[in-house]
Ligand binder design. Sequence first.
Ligand code: KG4
Ligand code: ZN
Length: 407
Amino acid sequence: MKTVLAIETSCDETGVAFVQYSDTKEYISLANALHSQIDAHAPYGGVFPMLAKREHGHNLMHLLGNVVTETISKKNVEYSKISPSPEKIEEALTHLDRETELQEICKKELENTESLLYMKPNIDALVVTAGPGLEPALWVGISFTKFLAILWEISILPVNHMEGHIASVLLSEKSEVAFPALALLISGGHTEIVSIEAWGKYEVIGKTRDDAVGEAYDKAARILNLPYPGGPAISEHAKIIRNTYSKADANKLCEKYNIKLPSPMIHSQNLDFSFSGLKTAVLYLVRDIKKTQDISEEILNLICYEFEESVVELLSSKLNFAYKLKPETKTLIVAGGVIANTYIRETIDAWCREKNVFCFKPEFDLATDNAVMIGLAGIQGLLQNNPYVEDLQTLVARGGWKIDDVY
Ligand code: KG4
Ligand code: ZN
């Protein structure tokens, strides 16, 4: 059995979770607390790093309190009462020097002898996202984890956020992943195709040259005056067209209004993506339409439909190319925030049926960022005997940490 406490602060979701790998080899989310900052970032139309940092600082202690209380009441994590020396408390707090607000919160908390911080969980590791992501945001989680590591005398295992997305499928799938596998990672910050020989053995074989697919959804939504995050908004409008018209009729309507968007790099004989061209095409399309008429609800729906068709066409064609290069593939893992999209999920399912490969996707609520997926990746790290952090000074935020680099 392995149990970990996981912390995620790489972008605009603050997550804390207890995750377990049972003796019967099942992955279990024991308690999962998540605070989405979407409302705070919405006015900016995207994630504002220093605001994300501040929000993480506000929320972490509270979310930790939630998962500790939940696991105490469910009795699924064992705790022992501790009384750290004033020196130890001082040392723990120094790791929060760069997070002054969170440091204040923790200091206050420690003044209360009944604080949950004096309940030490009996777990195998503290797991924290060390990258990739926004460095000011990553630092909050890392500093808080170091604080807990000193206070509780528990070792830390750093986790790659993208490996977390891959591991997110473990909770929903009862069977083991059959290797070799391909992973299609589609989120707000990344679009990558990863070849996986075994857990921990990754090779990025394709990636975007500019914007990530989720970023393209978010930027296109901004152009169309739709709310942030753009993915769910665009997909709702596209769905109206798919539910109302046959594909042929929808395409005829697009022709009528001159709505045509490109699928950039679809014919390039490699696995590179480019989504910034698609976003720019939306900008020009909207500008051209506005010269002669307003963007009616129907036109808006059609643009969203055409946008989603281009995205799906691109993803499918690159998957085909990847499969051609790796015909021995047994499993396709698809993860990242964009896989919350029902149409993309269905398209991927159909692709897997056609190619006769297993398809692993996360449950809906684990598609976007959360701490459970970080805990699942941490457990994989423990099972692979990845080393704990020995010197806390060496644990730093690595904004550009690639999944195929060791920490
Ligand atoms: O993985 P994630 O939560 O954060 C990153 O690590 O980037 O992904 C967030 C991204 C956003 O760009 C959002 O627009 C997109 O996932 N997204 C969607 C949907 N739900 C979220 N994209 C398309 N369709 C959706 N239903
Ligand atoms: Zn993510």
